[in-house]
Write a protein that binds this ligand. Structure first.
Ligand code: ADP
Length: 191
């Protein structure tokens, strides 16, 4: 199986590139952001708690997120692999992902990290806020999300560095150009 962690700061294009990767490689998509937003939309107890945290740009607790991921992995065992989008966001989540995959004799094949300068991220997210009305795409929350990413999420890259699984990809330029760079990285994976 091909199991990809698609990594990068908010606004780096993970959702957009995930769609293209799924189309080409037939992977099951697991986005913790999407899973949390559907809990919010369904107004579940979990969703109510999560919304407050998400609107501040903070991270939802590892325990909640890991529980969601485990359920999803269990549900979609028949595909050709997974793409994890927006997860893991802490080193603890990365360790737990490793454990969850090991239970199925699987592992992360590669972590692809989209690299985009901060000014560009802010510009993209403000535009998305205008276009979609996503409640966390407003300037104050955007800045906090990027700070939280730098503080709590960047250390996850060191975790995958140690296993020689971290590949940085330039996340600027056209969507197709970025996708080409990703395909090149996936082509280098040795199983
Ligand atoms: P973005 O990457 O653009 O910030 P996401 O949709 O991935 O968007 O995440 C939106 C929000 O959902 C985050 O700011 C955070 O509050 C919460 N969230 C998503 N994934 C995780 C995760 N793995 N761990 C903790 N919180 C998460």
């Amino acid at each position: 199986m091909l199991n990809i962690v698609l990594f990068g700061p908010p606004g780096s294009g993970k959702g957009t590139q995930s769609e293209k990767i799924i189309e080409k490689y037939g992977l099951s998509h697991i986005s913790t952001g999407d899973l949390l937003r559907s809990e919010v939309a369904a107004q579940t107890e979990l969703g109510k708690q999560a919304k407050e945290i998400m609107d501040k740009g903070e991270l939802v607790s590892d325990k909640i997120v890991i529980g969601m991921i485990r359920n999803k992995i269990e549900e979609s065992q028949d595909g050709s692999g997974f793409i994890f989008d927006g997860f893991p966001r802490t080193v603890e989540q990365a360790r737990e992902l490793r454990k969850a995959l090991t239970d199925y004799d699987e592992r992360v094949s590669v972590m692809i990290s989209l690299e985009v300068p901060r000014e560009e991220l802010v510009k993209r997210l403000l535009k998305r806020g205008k276009d979609t009305g996503r409640s966390d795409d407003k300037l104050e929350t955007i800045n906090n999300r990027i700070d939280v990413y730098n503080r709590q999420t960047v250390p996850v890259t060191y975790y995958y560095d140690k296993m020689h699984k971290h590949a940085g990809v330039e996340g600027t330029g056209s969507v197709d150009k970025i996708f080409e760079r990703i395909v090149e990285v996936i082509g280098l994976i040795k199983n």
